[in-house]
Design a protein around this ligand. Structure first.
Ligand SMILES: *[C@@H]1O[C@H](CO)[C@@H](O)[C@H](O)[C@H]1NC(C)=O
Ligand SMILES: *[C@@H]1O[C@H](CO)[C@@H](O)[C@H](O)[C@H]1NC(C)=O
Ligand SMILES: *[C@@H]1O[C@H](CO)[C@@H](O)[C@H](O)[C@H]1NC(C)=O
Ligand SMILES: *[C@@H]1O[C@H](CO)[C@@H](O)[C@H](O)[C@H]1NC(C)=O
Ligand SMILES: *[C@@H]1O[C@H](CO)[C@@H](O)[C@H](O)[C@H]1NC(C)=O
Length: 506
């Protein structure tokens, strides 16, 4: 039976597509076989090294970025949010209100530790300020009424693609600048720009009324002017971080670019596709800004049981006192001690549209224009250059850029890499694997089929075979040696010329 098993091995070695095996099995003599074995082992080693290298290459999760520029006949216009550096207008509030607010912000600036700040604020008699009930009890309402307003006086002119627009076309939003106003905030039917260039987008002339400014020179904003942000309709504005400042006395051209970004999910990129749907409680779509706002809101709510007016949520708004003595110091401590991104688990979205703008300025108004305005609108001298902001937001080219992150090595790339190495070095394929399985199955079935017989029957020819099969490995090796020896002796007996020919062949 040892011969039969041996022939099974031999047959397999001959018909397997992993042809190194056949070369070894059919070797003419020992050195020939040794050489083939050496070649096979070397090839196998190289193959293993290369396959490990290919796996490392795949599991490095490298990425590339594909940039495409597309010209469009029309382009979705971004939302444009404008804010004023001044948070509270002087005309609607009393001296007492301003003194109250000033004191609140000043103690917050003096003491940074939340506990000490609370101790300090408790020691102050806030009622003595005699601030209006509107301010003390309803801070958001107070800011809404007395903050930056957009009406037919402050919005001197508004035009969208050459036709008039009005204060009603802006929606109100609270940010850290107080009242801000967003043009084109409609998510479902955003406006579209159809021809490129200044004048074909949004044009605003705003009178910021600097005489209304109440910012404290020690703790408030020292600037005058506007801050604007162009952003996606789904993205909450954060002008305090990513806004662009605009000064009166100049015509600001904000040429906007639209970029679609597609990120790979982990471990290639950082995005998490599970977050795209219903991850945020108060926003329709996952955005980084929305995620951070919700996270900050949660931290403040946990500590103060109220939320600042510019954070989303359904908890009550903080009063001015709670805001300055609890919410702001809590946030400041959190931001200085913790990495916000890690703590909140906010990652970049898998797909989003970002807008950036390139800003350029021209002096405005010219002397002639200033004279014209002074006579026509009865502006006092120099009023225009310190109060009137002219802002143009537009696409200078109807072009959208897409940045798509892709896997440098795809799964199919890994497979073809490994397949290439296997084929090139040792001539194997998936079929070979199947051949191996079949061969093993045959061997095992032979083994178990024969080994089960002696227990049921008396010792027969088969029984003898079983014993042989049990020690099959050894006998097979012995047989192989024997054949080798006979072959060698055959060669020795032949003439020298023949012998050297065989060796040369190897
Ligand atoms: C705050 O006040 C409490 C008593 O009301 C006191 O025990 C604590 O030490 C004070 N903390 C600070 C930081 O001043
Ligand atoms: C508080 O202000 C109101 C009007 O703003 C005034 O009538 C009242 O007398 C003031 N009270 C005190 C104690 O100053
Ligand atoms: C501005 O708006 C107010 C109230 O909304 C209105 O009474 C007034 O006539 C408007 N002025 C102009 C010039 O449209
Ligand atoms: C502004 O609002 C008016 C009335 O609500 C509307 O008819 C008009 O189309 C809007 N304009 C723009 C540019 O959205
Ligand atoms: C122009 O404004 C001044 C005060 O700023 C006022 O006295 C004058 O009557 C105004 N003139 C016109 C024509 O409205």
């Amino acid at each position: 039976m040892g011969d039969e098993q041996n022939s099974l091995d031999h047959e397999f070695a001959n018909y397997t597509t992993c042809h190194g095996a056949a070369r070894i099995a059919n070797a003419k003599n020992k050195p020939h076989m040794a050489l083939w074995t050496l070649i096979f082992l070397a090839a196998f080693g190289l193959c293993t090294w290369q396959i490990v290298d290919r796996f490392n290459n795949y599991f490095a999760y490298r990425t590339g970025t594909e940039i495409n520029v597309q010209l469009e006949s029309e382009l979705t216009f971004p939302a444009v949010t404008i804010c004023d550096f001044n948070r509270i207008r002087g005309s609607g509030v009393t001296e007492n209100d301003l003194a109250y607010l000033g004191a609140l912000y000043q103690i917050a600036a003096l003491v940074s530790d939340p506990v000490a700040l609370r101790n300090l604020s408790e020691s102050i008699d806030w009622d003595a300020f005699n601030a209006s009930a509107g301010l003390v009890e309803d801070f958001p309402g107070f800011v809404r009424r007395n903050g930056f307003v957009l009406d037919n006086v402050t919005l001197a002119e508004c035009s969208w693609r050459g036709s008039r627009c009005y204060a009603e076309n802006f929606t109100h939003v609270f940010t850290e600048y107080g009242n801000c106003w967003t043009f084109n905030s409609e998510k479902n039917s955003p406006l579209r720009q159809t021809s490129p260039g200044a004048g074909n987008g949004l044009k605003l002339i705003l009178d910021i009324q600097t005489h209304e400014y109440t910012e404290d020179p020690f703790i408030g904003n020292l600037e005058y002017g506007l801050v604007f942000q162009v952003h996606d309709q789904y993205e909450p504005p954060r002008p305090e971080l990513v806004g662009t400042a605009v000064a009166p006395g100049s015509h600001t051209y904000a040429s906007t670019f639209q970029t679609h970004v597609k990120n790979q999910q982990a471990p290639w990129g950082q995005c998490d596709p599970r977050k795209d749907q219903n991850f945020l409680k108060y926003f329709d779509k996952y955005t980084l800004a929305g995620c951070l706002l919700e996270c900050r809101a949660e931290i403040v709510v946990r500590a103060c049981n109220c939320r600042p007016l510019y954070y989303p949520g359904d908890v009550d708004y903080c009063t001015a006192l709670e805001l300055t003595t609890c919410a702001l110091p809590t946030l400041a401590t959190f931001l200085s001690e913790t990495n916000e991104f890690d703590f909140c688990g906010c990652t970049v979205p898998c797909e989003y549209t970002s807008y950036s703008s390139q800003v350029s300025y021209a002096g405005y108004p010219s002397l002639k224009a200033a004279e014209f305005y002074e006579t026509t609108f009865n502006y006092s001298r120099g009023y225009m250059s310190t109060n009137v902001v002219l802002l143009d937001v537009y696409y200078h080219e109807l072009r959208s850029t897409s940045w798509e992150q892709f896997k440098a090595v795809e799964e199919s790339g890994l497979i073809s890499d490994v397949g290439g190495q296997l084929g090139f070095f040792i001539g194997c394929s998936v079929i070979t694997l199947w051949e191996f399985l079949e061969y093993l199955a045959l061997k095992f079935s032979a083994f178990f089929l024969f080994s089960s017989k002696p227990s049921s029957k008396t010792a027969t020819k088969d029984g003898v075979k079983v014993d042989n099969a049990m020690v099959f490995e050894n006998t097979a090796a012995g047989d192989a040696e024997k054949t080798e020896i006979t072959e060698l002796s055959t060669i020795r007996t032949t003439s020298n010329g023949e012998k050297s020919a065989v060796l040369e062949m190897t």
